[in-house]
Ligand binder design. Structure first.
Ligand SMILES: C[S@@+](CC[C@H](N)C(=O)[O-])C[C@H]1O[C@@H](n2cnc3c(N)ncnc32)[C@H](O)[C@@H]1O
Length: 219
């Protein structure tokens, strides 16, 4: 019989198979995965990391904005596929995380192209200018909905908005799965997904991968 993990949005045996096919990472990314596991730092899930890498590989972005840096794992991952002189700006409000991320980015030899801004992303994003090829939302889930207009404003035509954890352990999809204290986040995530699907400037797909990811392309 298939065991059903209440938190997983995909059957565990499928996830297990997918993860088994992902080659073990070497070097700094491998070290950061181990560090994150040991210290319970919520970095992107392995299959979401592969999606991010694949999209970055297609896009070869010049400018990337990330909301939610943590220890710098996903920023370092995306940096592999930056185009010449490309850069990543990543936002993180936790001072300890920022210190660790900056250390890791330096160790990876990427300080010249990844900048960590320590502040509340909700405030920073309002004041950003210019155009981004990829925006990766992986921070305050309850605020994605309030960041959507700025994300659209900041995306280049053809640029991608990639948002993680949008199905939030399945709670977004089904009231029966909702933990009471998470109801506000869930309601806002539902609004965020609906808004993305309805905005005529975007072409959006909802992927039941990892913890749920939306990928929107600005038309
Ligand atoms: C899921 S982790 C990011 C993981 C990272 N993207 C990775 O995969 O390596 C989310 C991060 O967002 C940060 N965060 C949450 N709310 C934030 C806010 N309003 N402004 C900036 N950072 C925030 C948290 O401190 C946390 O480190």
């Amino acid at each position: 019989m298939i065991e059903y993990d209440k938190d997983a949005i995909v059957y565990p045996y499928i996830t297990s198979y997918i993860r088994g096919e992902i080659p073990k990472r070497q070097g700094i990314l491998g070290e950061l995965e181990e560090y994150a596991e040991k210290n319970a730092i919520p970095i992107v899930q392995p299959e979401t990391a592969k999606l991010l890498e694949t999209l970055a590989c297609i896009k070869r972005p010049h400018r990337v904005l990330e909301v939610g840096c943590a220890i710098g794992y996903s920023a370092i991952l995306m940096a592999q596929y930056l185009s010449e002189n490309g850069s990543i700006t990543t936002l993180e409000w936790d001072a300890d995380m920022v210190e660790i991320a900056r250390h890791n980015i330096e160790k990876a030899g990427l300080s010249h192209c990844i900048t960590v801004i320590q502040n509340d992303a909700k405030e920073v994003i309002k004041n950003l200018t210019g155009e981004y090829d990829i925006i990766f939302l992986d921070g305050p889930k309850a605020h994605y909905i309030y960041m959507l207009n700025d994300c659209i404003r900041l995306l280049k035509k053809g640029g991608m908005l990639i948002s993680d954890n949008v199905l939030y352990k399945g709670m977004t999809a089904d009231d029966g799965h909702v933990i009471r204290r998470k109801i506000t986040i869930v309601k806002r995530l539902r609004r965020f997904i609906s808004a993305q699907m309805q905005r005529t400037e975007l072409e959006t797909v909802i992927l039941p991968l990892g913890d749920g990811v939306t990928v929107s392309v600005k038309k």
